[in-house]
Design a protein around this ligand. Sequence first.
Ligand code: ATP
Length: 901
Amino acid sequence: MNWYKLEEQEVTSSVGTNIEKGLTEKEVDKRLKKYGENKLDEGKRPSALFVFLGQFKDFMVLVLLAATFISGMLGEYIDAITIMIIVLLNGILGFVQERKAEKSLDALKELSAPQMQVLRQGEWKKVLSAHVVPGDIVKISSGDRIGADLRLLETNGLRIEESSLTGESVPVQKQQHLLNCEHAELGDQSNMAFMGTLVTQGSGIGVVVGTGMKTEMGKIAHLLQSTTTLVTPLQRRLEQLGKILIAVALVLTALVVIIGVVQGHDVYTMILSGVSLAVAAIPEGLPAIVTVALALGVQRMIKRKAIVRKLPAVETLGCASVICSDKTGTLTQNKMTVTHAWSGGKLWEITGGGYEPSGTFIQNGKKVEPTSDRKLQQLLSYGWLCNNANLLEKTVKQGMLRKQVTEYVIDGDPTEGALVVASMKAGYTKKGLDKHFSRVLEFPFDSGRKMMSVIVKDQKGRSYVITKGAPDVVLERCNKLVYGINEEALTSRRRTEVEGVIDQLAGSALRTIAIAYRPLHDKEVCKQPFEAERGLTFIGLQGMIDPPRPEVKDSIIECRQAGIKTVMITGDHKITAAAIANQLGILSKKGKVLDGQALSKMSVAELEEVVDDVDVYARVSPEHKLKIVKALQAKGHIVAMTGDGVNDAPAIKAANIGIAMGITGTDVAKEASSLILSDDNFATIKAAIKEGRNIYENIRKFIRYMMASNVGEILVMLFAMILGMPLPLVAIQILWINLVTDGLPAMALGMDQAEGDVMKRSPRSPNEGVFARGLTWKILSRGFMIGVVTLAAFWVTLQADPSDLTRAQTVAFVTLVMAQLIHVFDCRSEYSVYHRNPFENRYLVGAVFISTLLMLAVIYYPPLQTVFHTVALNGHEWLLVLAMASIPTVVLGGFQLLRKK
Ligand code: ATP
């Protein structure tokens, strides 16, 4: 269908929709069934069976299965079947872990799924793009990634970048009229907007004419399909390390086998033990278990309102040394209330909090009627005319008695909402203003220009430009001002007076907005903002409060203790910014406030010189953010940078951790980010950093546990062979330990709580290896001790009764298991087992409990005794086991503690 050739009417009737009301929910359901969800087909996923079989593709597991098969052929049925079952259980465990990780990553994808604004049953609402159907009326605006193919019905300075479709990177101007031509290429269909393209400027309304695979993007979707999953740097490093560890484990195992054979052990038994040892000691699951730990951590982050878009960010979070945060909405509540108005030498205070449109005007300490001053009226009413926000009244039930109360909410920009409320306090209504003025054109606000303008026509047909914006910027565009009842030239004396008022309001942490206007000549047309926003007459100022978020101050202190500096970046006035930074404790005694003007003049190198001293950047444009990121990075910082608009995207991308706002953020900012704050709150960044540090520590914890256990297992066998002893463990026991003793507690460590001081240490260096901070020593020394005590227990029991090898082996088996299960609690702390409450992590307590129970079953339940070659232990033997098993952790840890003290 060539939608671009059709009139608006033809389009809407052929897709069956109503421009005023949109579709009904019932109709949407029907269409969803008919056309399917608005999604591009993704590449096929590997099936569950494939993932399951993948668990057994490891070389050593295959060798073990082959050896088991041979032992089965030789008549060792019980051994063979048990080994098969253990291998199978191991596979199932791996499969479950992998699925769990996949699921939580899927849930993540869903959380950051794109949304669109649609008109349904006469109301605008946001819905998931996937649930948009042909015939939906949708609104698009700057920063949106368009979610379906649209025929445009209304445009307002709309420009769209269509490079993903046409390859053309310069944004194209769009309009809503039909094209009178035989054929137009995609790039020329100026009244269409396509799925996957990006709104760079302006806004528009369109009707959906194609969804899912029926869109232009759908036609080329097969070109876009990619199934690569992102691997984090840590996973990559561990994969490399894994290869080395495999080699080491294989060499040591071979050594065990060779020495054992030389010492006169049976070749077949030695090979089966060797292969089992290799399977147990090779940390083949390391990268997989890291994925699980990352996925679990990511789920915890979701609960704390931080949505991770790129998995590597989880690691980088722990390295962050500077957070550059937007002020409005992130550090502050973005709940604006106008408290002061100034015009022509007079200052009014306006009472009333929040968005409730009632309050009084006070001048020189006395209540006055707002209608008593024409210029004040002009200031307040023009503030509403140049405005897109609406005040909505909602009735909600509150408290125990479910009392009905009216709640006021702003639909739109809170800054504009505050102006609406101030205007209402003076008695203005939307209806009343609409009767006198109609809007002809709008030049939307953008944070580069820091102004918004409209052109309105009054009842007599006269047109005006009304501009509102940052006072210093607006003042530059003015040559007159209203003063008293007159308008006069903006002399330098008057300019200084106005600037004094701006500074005074800003000094009280108020955000200031100036209002100005200009009557247009009869035939004057303004196509560009700069044509309208000049030669203006300054009407006055409105100052509004935006209270800091209460939890932010503590978060900033916590970050400081964690060696992370917080920097405020804002488009607001220097003095306002400094005042709020002071309230929040961001501005240090020697800290500097740098403004956009100064920043523009500096090169990155010059900024680098001072960047460490700057706490606040004020009146910046989004472009400045990139410069700040670069200078900080050049100084060796790992930078987290927040942003919401289209122009913030380059800085978000360049930062080590790009953070987008979930509520106010545009699609473009979100796509560039690696983390989304679903509540826009600074405190969430802190929570995410804490979680990021914790996840990394948890990964270190289970690497430590698994490797120390493996070292213990190998050494006990190796030492026994070197010393010419009998085999201390049989193959099946080794495999059991690998499955039950190593598997469950390691997973529980992945879910461990953060150690008390994670936010008191300085950020980790990104170059730091996993084994830094003494981890290698901890693994080797504890692993060595576990091996030695196991062997000692084995030897003592064997000495007591050299004829009962099974008993000695059972003691060795239980000692090894218990030593590991005690050691797992040591792994929770960077310091020692005595530094943390062992019952804090209930998953771990549960895992240790289950592992112990299963081990008891293996040694006391007769059928399992046969399978696992064990006997029941008596009280003396248990004493020996527990004494030995506690040496590596409890006793040595205690010594260490005493020595430190
Ligand atoms: P942040 O702190 O999140 O970087 P900001 O809200 O402080 O953002 P901008 O939104 O760029 O920064 O606003 C900069 C200035 O522009 C404000 O101080 C205000 O004077 C003015 N301004 C803000 N919103 C509007 C608007 N909707 N219309 C006109 N002027 C505005």
